[in-house]
Ligand binder design. Structure first.
Ligand SMILES: Cc1cc2nc3c(=O)[nH]c(=O)nc-3n(C[C@H](O)[C@H](O)[C@H](O)COP(=O)(O)OP(=O)(O)OC[C@H]3O[C@@H](n4cnc5c(N)ncnc54)[C@H](O)[C@@H]3O)c2cc1C
Length: 443
């Protein structure tokens, strides 16, 4: 998505570009597949339909296939044997059973606590502001769950801090929430044929500028720019944008920017197992996360069935639940090295569980948390940038002139965020502005 969205913006500005994709299909971790007539999302399940994102959907002719999730769905937390609704307002918190009265009263002191400090851990920030109980059972799993990372390993200034600033949240989370209660978040959307419709449509719009099965093996400096070396040809480029996972970027930079390569190569990824389950339930909601105090391998579930397959929704989502299971092994840069499949998915790290074991764990934990039996359908193994303490290595990162990065390890990973970043990078590459065709050739 990072590369395709950037390509789209460059072409709109009249700049020429070539997109080199290692895999045989566009989209990277955005991957939808069908099994037994059911639609399964191996990567993102949904996107936020922000105004710029909606504009992109229209331009790509995807409006007809756009599907919106119902707006009244709740999110849940599993703790102490049951699913509990996550409160979205101060009043909701007071009447909720998600934390004790003591926890609620502690949270109410939040406006009196000092504001965020960039150097503190996200876990310390939430505990200090909202109290340990609300952190451990609600806020910690909700925020850490986005990355599969323990918020105790995340530094505020390197992760949550940017989001707080972007959302205009000042010293108090609760007061900001109260003052902004009238602001509705953008709707949640997908497409009739799944999220992969988006990169497919972007690739179609870019036409023969997109080269599939074209892994970049190395990048070398040449007069006035770069030589980009593929298996059977070498392409000249004035500017190069890296839109690849961090371990691949580190490898490509090893000889031309050793310091940047070492910094990027130290970033950690979390191996994640996405286990698709089929179940017949009365559950209604977006899904749930598991409290940090619960020792489950399964950390969360999206109710794909309810998001886009509920009453009047898509039949091909009926009964589908997507569970996220923590794989005990950690992904190392070497797992992406040559010899493995090129692309976003690393080789399975040594010491990791096999797919059957992960599927069984997910089904067992699903039944324990919801009370409903589930049948595993398929397992996917993407890896997620952890956004943990290893991100401090990016402070002071410098790339050679004419080289840029847009990737989910360098700025906000969500799809709407990827599109926003693409527009910013396109403006950097083409400061002259749209509609002024220039000689640029970007790879
Ligand atoms: C399981 C999961 C669930 C998610 N859920 C959501 C969600 O619900 N909503 C949301 O908004 N976001 C979600 N995200 C985040 C979002 O999907 C990703 O951050 C985003 O799609 C990443 O895009 P990218 O292009 O930066 O990286 P990638 O998708 O990793 O793309 C990198 C590309 O580089 C290519 N490549 C690798 N090596 C080479 C090489 N040598 N030469 C050429 N090409 C190469 C790869 O094949 C790949 O296509 C989720 C992510 C995951 C993994």
């Amino acid at each position: 998505m990072s590369g395709l969205a950037l390509g789209r913006e460059l072409v709109r500005r009249g700049c020429e570009c070539v997109l080199l994709e290692a895999a045989d299909r566009p989209g990277g971790v955005v991957s939808s597949e069908r099994a037994d007539g059911l639609l399964l999302e191996n990567g993102p399940q949904r996107a936020r339909l922000t105004a710029p994102f909606a504009g992109l959907v229209d331009e790509l002719g995807l409006r007809e296939s756009l599907i919106l999730a119902p707006e009244d769905l709740d999110f849940f937390i599993y703790r102490d044997g049951s699913l509990r609704r996550v409160p979205l307002s101060v009043h909701g918190l007071l009447v909720s059973d998600v934390v004790s009265w003591r926890g609620k009263l502690r949270a109410m002191l939040e406006p009196l606590t000092p504001g965020a400090r960039d150097s503190e851990r996200v876990a310390d920030f939430f505990s200090r502001k909202l109290g340990r109980e609300l952190y451990e059972h609600v806020v910690g799993p909700l925020y850490g769950g986005l990355y599969g990372t323990d918020p105790g390993d995340m530094i505020l200034g390197l992760s949550l801090g940017g989001l707080l600033r972007d959302m205009g949240i000042g010293r108090s989370l609760l007061l900001s929430r109260l003052l902004r209660r009238a602001v509705r978040p953008p709707p949640v959307c997908s497409f009739a044929d799944g999220m992969e419709s988006l990169p497919r449509a972007l690739a179609r719009a870019l036409g023969d500028r997109v080269h599939l099965n074209a892994p970049v093996r190395s990048i070398e400096p040449q007069a006035g720019g770069w030589s980009v070396v593929l298996d059977d040809e070498t392409l000249p480029a004035e500017q190069v944008v890296l839109a690849v996972p961090a371990p691949v970027a580190a490898r490509l930079l090893r000889h031309i920017a050793p310091d940047a390569s070492a910094r990027i190569g130290g970033l950690r990824y979390n191996p994640l197992a996405v286990v698709h389950l089929r179940a017949d339930t009365n559950l209604r909601g977006i899904g749930f996360q598991v409290s940090l105090a619960e020792p489950r391998a399964m950390r969360g579930v999206t109710f794909s069935h309810c998001l886009f397959g509920g009453k009047g929704g898509r039949r091909d989502r009926t009964g589908v639940y997507t569970a996220y299971v923590r794989d005990p092994a950690c992904v190392r840069a070497a797992d992406w090295e040559d010899g493995g499949d090129p692309g976003s998915v690393p080789r399975r790290p040594s010491g990791s569980h096999d797919n059957e074991a992960l599927a069984a764990l997910a089904a067992e934990d699903f039944e324990r948390c919801t009370g409903y039996a589930a049948e595993p359908l398929a397992v996917a193994r993407p890896a997620m940038p952890a956004w943990d303490t290893s991100w401090s290595a990016l402070r002071g990162l410098r790339l050679p002139g004419g080289m840029y990065v847009t990737a989910n390890w360098e700025s906000r990973p969500g799809l709407a965020g990827r599109y926003a970043r693409a527009r910013a990078v396109a403006a950097e590459l083409d400061p002259g502005g749209p509609g002024r065709p220039g000689p640029h050739r970007t790879t």
